[in-house]
Design a protein around this ligand. Structure first.
Ligand SMILES: [Zn+2]
Length: 240
């Protein structure tokens, strides 16, 4: 099959494999751009959106190590609160059949210290949430300065990064607040790491003093303060 266009790898500059994709209307478009040089750090990474602001690319390797690249200035922390909480509520509705009223953003409200947002349950009680970002502050600062960051992670490192995200909020822990770690842009932390985390740090996380702790991705949420076993809801929550 002839490539649609020539494409050079952004990293090693070798020719890439351009994979065509046929749209419903019959048009043929670029479905993916992949470096085939095994020694290259972008090997088998889709390079279609490489370098575009607000793009991040995560590559997983067979040994559970990963590589993370992000482009453009990072979003402000406040922007992440409603998005993370809405995703969390949607996952609880979808997977647990739990119902909630509208989300109230309290991040600018000093009457509710430690609560970024809350949602009312049918029994009148509230699910109180605090949101923190998954990636370390120095990464956001570097990305803010240079509009580009690149990190390579050893297999157990993402679990340590989740632990550090929880430790950074230790002073604000409260038994009626659920801590949400926003990992929408950090799939290397959210997807593969939650089981790792639970086996390594789950019992430690249970003693940190939160009602519960979850890492929230783009369409799922994983509870972290657990001993290894089936995922459970906090005892204090009303049953569905
Ligand atoms: Zn390459």
């Amino acid at each position: 099959m002839q490539p649609l266009q020539e494409h050079e790898c952004f990293s090693c500059r070798s020719p890439c494999r351009v994979v065509p994709q046929t749209e419903r209307d019959g048009r043929v478009v670029v479905g993916g751009i992949y470096c085939e040089n095994e020694a290259c750090e972008l090997y088998h990474t889709d390079q279609r959106n490489y370098g575009k602001p607000r793009t991040s690319i995560t590559t997983f390797h067979g040994d559970s190590s990963s590589r993370y690249a992000a482009f453009g200035k990072p979003s402000q922390g406040e922007e992440n609160v409603p998005r993370t909480c809405e995703t969390f509520l949607a996952v609880l509705r979808r997977d647990r059949k739990l119902e909630f009223g509208d989300l109230e953003d309290l991040s600018a409200n000093s009457e509710h210290p430690g609560i970024d947002a809350r949602a009312r349950r049918p029994d009148g009680s509230y699910l109180n949430m605090q949101v923190t970002r998954a990636l370390p502050q120095d990464l956001y600062e570097e990305q803010g300065r240079t509009a580009f960051v690149l990190r390579k992670h050893a297999p157990l490192e993402p679990a340590s990064m989740l632990r550090a995200a929880i430790e950074s909020k230790r002073q604000r822990a409260c038994s009626n607040i659920t801590l949400l770690i926003d990992a929408k842009n950090a799939p290397h932390l959210a997807f593969l790491t939650s089981a790792h985390f639970v086996s390594l740090h789950g019992e430690w996380a249970m003693r940190e003093g939160w009602e519960s702790i979850w890492v929230v991705g783009s369409s799922f949420a994983k509870r972290l303060d657990l001993v290894h076993g089936p995922e459970l809801l906090p005892e204090s929550w009303p049953r569905a």
